[in-house]
Design a protein around this ligand. Structure first.
Ligand code: NAD
Length: 253
């Protein structure tokens, strides 16, 4: 196996929501493979900048709230002004709201769908338009979830959004694969980040979850780096519309 297949030198990746958690783990992993990073965040991503720069790559910070599609044109413009192009898009920004389905509010539905699905689609559309116009290859990596495959409990809008991410990833592949764009997704299992803090703080749910993970432990942000580098690199040029679980074996049970 040629390791150059995984080399991302000279490439640029836009990663949404990388000031913490899984986005930070993937930013760091891509930078280690030589990739420059555009971090799109609601607030400063200083620690991520330090990790990226320590790996010898460049970091451009763009402040944006993906609760609406308004910042999308500017994200593409600023990336092109600074790096000339974007080769990779990782749609990682995501939120979760927990409440019983019987009392779930419309606000909690809209807020989650807007970030997790609507902005993901329209940013992907803007990225794909740029790649096609500039006749360049592009790699889209959407962050899905175990709830792209399963129903979940007390997270109706999250389940809807992440099931939607799996479907949209296939749709993007169907429409854009022939134009040199790979659209794939990564479905993380139960990872130790802010997103799962409430679960990890609940002794019963935490025990239940841990007992079901064949690997016997929660995942960490750095566990996503290998899958992200693979799907961002030439090693995955013929992989389209796939959702790759990185879940310690959760779905195998
Ligand atoms: P996290 O809460 O640490 O990170 C979420 C990121 O999204 C943060 O950087 C946050 O600032 C950003 N974000 C949220 N709303 C935003 C908005 N309106 N505009 C811009 N950025 C916004 O949690 P995480 O676990 O690192 O989550 C990253 C992704 O992974 C999410 O899509 C999440 O659904 C998904 N995921 C997480 C797990 C897990 O177990 N932790 C499992 C499956 C999927």
């Amino acid at each position: 196996m040629q390791t150059t297949l995984f080399d991302l030198s000279g490439k640029t990746a836009i990663i949404t929501g990388c000031n913490t958690g899984l986005g930070q783990g993937m930013a760091s992993g891509l930078a280690e493979a030589g990739c420059n990073i555009v971090g799109v965040n609601r607030r400063s991503a200083e620690t991520t900048r330090q990790l990226v720069e320590a790996a010898g790559a460049q970091f451009l910070e763009i402040e944006a709230d993906l609760g609406s599609t308004a910042p999308i044109a500017e994200i593409m413009q600023k990336t092109e002004q600074h790096f000339g192009k974007a080769d990779i898009l990782i749609n990682n920004a995501g939120i979760i709201r927990r409440a019983d389905a019987l009392s779930f509010t419309e606000q909690d539905w809209d807020d989650v769908l807007d970030v997790n699905l609507k902005s993901l689609f329209f940013l992907s559309q803007a990225f794909a338009q740029a790649c096609i116009q500039q006749q360049r290859r592009g790699k889209i990596i959407n962050i899905a979830s175990m709830l792209s495959f399963q129903g979940g409990i007390r997270v109706p809008s999250y389940t809807a959004s992440k099931s939607g991410v799996l479907g949209l990833t296939r749709l993007m592949a169907n429409e854009w694969a022939s134009q040199g764009i790979n659209a794939n997704a990564i479905a993380p299992g139960y990872m130790a980040t802010n997103n799962t803090e409430a679960l990890r703080n609940d002794p019963d749910r935490s025990k239940e979850i841990l007992n079901r993970i064949p690997a016997g432990q929660w995942g960490n942000p750095e566990d996503l780096a290998g899958a992200a580098v693979f799907l961002a690199s030439d090693a995955s040029n013929y992989v389209h519309g796939h959702t790759l679980a990185v879940d310690g074996g959760w779905l195998a049970r």
